[in-house]
Write a protein that binds this ligand. Structure first.
Ligand code: ATP
Ligand code: MG
Length: 554
């Protein structure tokens, strides 16, 4: 085998991948990359009713987008469990012929009762003593559609008294008349996941079958099955039946699944959010799905960094949401172009502009695209008589420690001039409608002597003549509780009613030509992404990815 190790990422194509899957993808593909191995992309499609090719495609896209692929040594390692249905069927007959499986026709209720529980050993089914020949012909009748759905199951014959309930003759095949998205109506019996998965791993020569901790109790069955299939058995006529699988067998390893505060990762519950219209689809930027995170502005690098930072453990724990956001900030900070945007605009009028500069004059200002990357060049925008500033940058009566605009105070308009506030106009209700200031001459940023006037505050702004108007979607946590579905709680009860606020903002002209999916740091405000779906150059739409600082852990 040219691969030193083989891992696999085996999703069931029954929904969209989420941030927990991203952890598993980074782990499995990352191990293969780091240890000279290969990671197989495999669809565990043994559950025909819930699966769909729509999900298959979205899963492939998500894995590729995260930066991984399944091509190695000239082979595409893309597999689906359903490709092995013939082999799995043979494996089931092999167990029957070895006297290790039987067709059980107890009612579902009897089967449940006879399984026992933690304190009570199970009871043998009356069908457990069937002969191998009888089991074989009955199993073939199951396959041929002669039994109704649910009328019988094939069970491994192990130990009804085992302290591990998974070893009390687990079901390995069931009857289900359902059209499969890959095999159509070829089969009316389907293998159980716990039977199918070890066989898939063995056929693909997986060395490290990595799964989440809840499968720890399944490991004895995983090992039991593969060792039985990879040894020879004596048939009733005394002849030998050769092994079906080659040794060595794959090994299962478990790791803790990702639990993230303020996030749910159950596919069923995520589907509920979508189906009940609590969010706008699977790719809503508030969703923890990979498509949602992507639309929120998460990059593949930020998610890989996240997987690396949280690491792999054997004990379940909760990761703070701020860890995820911190990874995005750390990834975007050195890359994202800077821009000024005014999110809650109020007009600022420079009352002495006409007199000092001449009516209608506009003054060119510039700023670096990125403060640490001069090679990325400059952004240009115009200063003039009429500007937009943040409403919260003006206070008629300043609270203690407020250094921005209030009558008599001087501030610098970033990359522009120093101004001194002279007051404001208000409407009948007392709301400020326009802030007034005068320009202090010879203070333009970057000109000699411009810092001779000392100010304590610097504020952001955009020009009324050249700013572009933009829809800005301010996203916040989707739930108000850190563990929305803990202990069987109704997670819908803690939906945050303010998880989305849509506002109209003014942004600097450099953003007018921005492309969908481009990421920016809006100075003082945080990181924003041009929405992948709705942003065009005639309709600017930005999503807030995250603020500049951690506000979650407080
Ligand atoms: P389902 O509830 O439908 O079984 P699942 O979350 O188990 O959903 P799968 O498609 O079976 O989804 O998962 C594919 C792989 O992703 C599995 O190997 C699983 O262990 C891993 N995985 C799923 N959820 C998480 C999670 N929260 N953290 C880490 N790994 C996960
Ligand atoms: Mg699963």
């Amino acid at each position: 085998d040219p691969a030193k190790i083989r891992t696999r990422f085996p999703p069931e194509p029954n929904g969209y991948l989420h941030v927990g899957h991203a952890k598993s993808i980074c782990l499995n593909f990352g191990l293969a990359r780091d240890y000279g191995g290969v990671c197989h992309m495999r669809f565990d499609d043994t559950n025909p009713e819930k699966e769909d090719t729509e999900y298959v495609n979205s899963i492939l896209d998500a894995v590729k987008w995260l930066g991984f692929n399944w091509d190695a040594h000239g082979t595409s390692h893309l597999y689906q469990a359903s490709d092995y249905f013939d082999f799995m069927y043979r494996a089931a007959e092999f167990l029957i012929q070895a006297g290790l499986a039987y067709v059980d026709e107890q009612s579902a209720e009897d089967m449940r009762q006879n399984r026992g529980d933690f304190n009570t050993p199970g009871k043998d089914s009356p069908f457990r003593a069937r002969t191998r020949e009888e089991n074989l012909s009955r199993f073939r009748e199951m396959r041929d559609g002669q039994l109704a759905d649910g009328a019988a199951v094939l069970r491994a014959k192990i130990d009804m008294a085992s302290p591990n309930i998974n070893m009390r003759d687990p079901a390995i095949y069931r009857i289900r008349r359902a059209t499969h998205h890959n095999t159509g109506d070829t089969w009316c019996i389907y293998p159980m996941y716990t039977f199918a998965h070890p066989i898939e791993d063995a056929l693909e020569q997986i060395t490290h079958s990595i799964c989440t901790l809840e499968f720890e109790d399944q490991r004895p069955f995983y090992d039991w099955l593969l060792s039985r299939l990879s040894e020879s058995h004596t048939l009733t006529d005394g002849s030998a039946m050769p092994a079906l699988l080659a040794q060595p067998n794959p090994k299962q390893y478990e790791f803790a699944r990702l639990n993230l505060t303020y996030v749910i990762t159950s596919k069923r519950k995520l589907a509920q959010l979508v189906n009940e219209g609590k969010v706008n689809g699977w790719d809503d930027p508030r969703m923890p799905t990979i498509v949602g995170l992507r639309r929120r502005g998460y990059t593949p690098e930020s998610l890989q960094l996240f997987a690396e930072r949280i690491g792999v453990t054997k004990s379940d724990s909760w990761i703070d949401y701020s860890t995820l956001e911190g990874c995005l900030r750390d990834d975007l900070d050195p890359k994202a172009a800077r821009a000024m945007a005014v999110l809650d605009p109020i007009a600022l009028t420079i009352t002495n502009w006409d007199e000092l500069m001449g009516a209608g004059t506009l003054d060119d200002c510039h700023a670096p695209v990125h403060p640490h990357h001069p090679e990325l060049g400059q952004r240009h925008f115009k200063f003039g008589k009429s500007l937009w500033i943040e409403r919260t940058d003006y206070e008629e009566i300043p609270p203690k420690g407020f250094f921005r605009l209030f009558p008599g105070n001087k501030v610098r308009l970033k990359y522009g001039h120093v101004i001194e506030c002279t007051g404001a106009h208000k409407d009948a209700s007392g709301q400020v409608t326009e802030v007034l200031a005068k320009l202090i001459p010879d203070t333009k940023s970057g000109t000699p002597g411009s810092d001779s006037v000392k100010v304590k505050g610097v504020i952001t702004w955009v020009g009324q003549t050249d700013a572009a108007s933009a829809e800005v979607r301010l996203y916040d946590r989707l739930f108000t509780e850190a563990n929305p579905d803990a202990g069987g709680k109704d997670f819908l009860a803690s939906l945050n009613p303010d998880s989305l606020k849509v506002i109209t903002a003014y942004v600097e002209p450099s953003l007018a030509n921005s492309l969908a999916d481009a990421k920016f740091q809006f100075e003082r405000h945080g990181y924003f992404v041009a929405d992948r779906t709705d942003h065009t150059q005639s309709r600017l739409v930005f999503n807030r990815c995250t603020g500049l600082k951690d506000t979650w852990s407080k």
